[in-house]
Ligand binder design. Structure first.
Ligand SMILES: Cc1cc2nc3c(=O)[nH]c(=O)nc-3n(C[C@H](O)[C@H](O)[C@H](O)COP(=O)(O)OP(=O)(O)OC[C@H]3O[C@@H](n4cnc5c(N)ncnc54)[C@H](O)[C@@H]3O)c2cc1C
Length: 443
């Protein structure tokens, strides 16, 4: 392959972080090329049709749409935006009981999944959280387990472990940093003062800024691609095989050709960067190798009738394997055939897992928690995917947007700690834009 095509920016990866980077940079006046090795764009943010149902790559609820990073990028760069439908409420389900999720002190006091004495104890803990908010302590190093202490019952510990598993990526409260929980409150309380924070802890219903995109998560990717229009070259089915990052520019080799760019934005696993870039310092390579990814399995069930009545999602907290359950066709009935219901059951695993074995275990848990499901299953589809490239636990390793090489930048869920998923990916792109400004690659 002898041809070389010149660009200002090469983006590696066509998931949401790569696509948002390509969109922002072409709108900032750069000549952009993006490479996606798979046959379609979107990475783990896609929707597709199976047996008359339309499933997403895992159930998704998009967070922080009030004034979070995706909202910022949409306002600044999107030509068209998806239609977002309010998420509704969160519920906690155990065998035979459904409770609304306790967001605040008032709800905690009546949350009968855990014993009354523990509720009072946790109220005390919530007060310490509102105090810790403004303290100098490094809350990435303080675990929820340590903050709560040993004085709680096994039921309460189980519920807190379940919550922590979903907030982080499958780990218990002893490995979950308090910072993970405070992050959300900080976002909501921007410049609103102490009384406001206290009000949030005491009274506020959470999740009001969360949504599901009509027609499925594919509509987010489609909106970005439409907004890019002809502004960037999107090369699908083209895998980047090496990046030669030099002082004066970057040479990119793919399975189809050779390209040069002023700088490169890499959006795949940071831990796999050394496979493409040969001249990274050894200390940096060693720190990247410590990043631990999250693993998930989603069981999509099509049901012969509507069994889940509410718009909202459920946390199944009876016992492990815990599940986050989202009836997506309650947001958009066209995701399921007429009069049927599509429900995604997501499970998180801290390490590698055997899909067939876990599927059997998870189905057993689903049928014993809600027996009417078993006789109403019309369709089943399983996905094993990586929802986030880095797990946020006490002392866990992340990469940075800036790298030791001045023409190489990273984006994605392993370069940013705040929030999770699409929101975390969007934060990383906002951070990329400030890093590029700082280094004078863009104005
Ligand atoms: C079960 C599940 C539930 C989820 N729930 C939510 C949720 O409720 N809310 C939320 O916000 N998020 C959620 N997410 C997470 C969210 O989908 C992801 O965090 C986000 O889409 C990651 O985007 P990304 O671009 O960083 O990574 P990816 O989507 O992984 O994109 C990276 C891309 O790079 C490509 N690539 C890799 N190497 C190369 C190469 N050498 N050359 C060319 N291309 C390459 C890959 O093929 C891939 O397309 C969920 C995910 C799952 C799986």
């Amino acid at each position: 392959m002898s041809f070389v095509v010149k660009y200002d920016v090469a983006v590696v990866g066509g998931g949401v972080s790569g696509l948002l980077s390509a969109l922002a940079l072409c709108k900032e006046g750069k000549k952009v090329v993006l490479f996606e090795k798979e046959g379609q764009l979107g990475g783990v943010l896609r929707s597709y049709n199976v047996d008359g149902y339309r499933v997403d790559t895992g159930p998704h609820i998009i967070t922080r749409l009030e004034h979070g990073p995706l909202k910022y990028l949409m306002d600044k760069y999107f030509e068209v935006t998806p239609i977002f439908i309010p998420h509704g409420r969160y519920f906690v389900r155990t065998k035979g009981a459904v409770r609304t999720f306790p967001w605040n002190l008032r709800d905690w006091l009546s949350f009968d999944l855990i014993p009354p004495v523990d509720r009072l104890y946790l109220v005390k803990t919530l007060f310490s959280v509102s105090y810790l908010f403004d303290s100098e302590q490094d809350l990435n190093e303080l675990s929820v387990g340590k903050l709560v202490g040993d004085g709680i019952s096994p039921e309460t510990k189980r519920f807190l472990d379940c919550m922590c598993a979903f907030m982080t990526g499958g780990v218990s409260m002893d490995e979950t940093p308090v910072a993970r929980f405070i992050d959300a409150e900080r976002y909501k309380s921007i410049s609103e003062g102490y009384l406001d924070k206290l009000y949030n802890v005491l009274m506020k219903e959470g999740g009001s800024d969360q949504t599901y995109p009509k027609t499925g998560v594919q509509s987010i990717v489609d909106s970005i691609v439409t907004s890019i229009g002809g502004g960037a070259d999107l090369k699908v089915g083209e895998e980047v095989e090496s990046l030669d990052v030099k002082e004066k520019g970057v040479e990119i080799s793919t399975n189809r050709g050779n390209y040069t760019a002023e700088f490169v934005v890499y959006s795949s696993f940071a831990s796999e960067l050394p496979k493409l870039v040969g001249n990274l310092p050894s200390g940096y390579v060693s720190s990247l190798s410590k990043i631990k990814r999250i693993n998930s399995m989603t069981l999509w069930l099509g049901l012969k009738k509507k069994i889940f009545p509410e718009q909202g999602s459920e946390i199944w907290a009876e016992s492990p394997p815990y599940s986050w359950v989202v009836p997506t066709s309650n947001y958009d009935p066209y995701l399921a055939p007429k009069d049927k219901q599509l429900v995604g059951f997501a499970f998180i695993f801290p390490g590698e897992f055997d899909v067939e074995k876990e599927k059997k275990k998870c189905l057993g848990m689903i049928y014993s928690t809600m027996p009417e499901i078993e006789k109403n299953v019309d369709f089943m589809h399983v996905q094993a995917l990586v929802p986030e490239k880095a797990v946020w636990t006490v002392g866990s390793q992340f990469a940075e947007v800036k790298t030791p090489l001045k023409r190489l930048f990273l984006v994605g869920t392993d370069t940013e700690k705040r929030s999770m998923g699409v929101t975390r990916a969007s934060y990383s792109v906002v951070k990329l834009l400030s890093a590029l400004k700082e280094d004078k690659f863009i104005q």
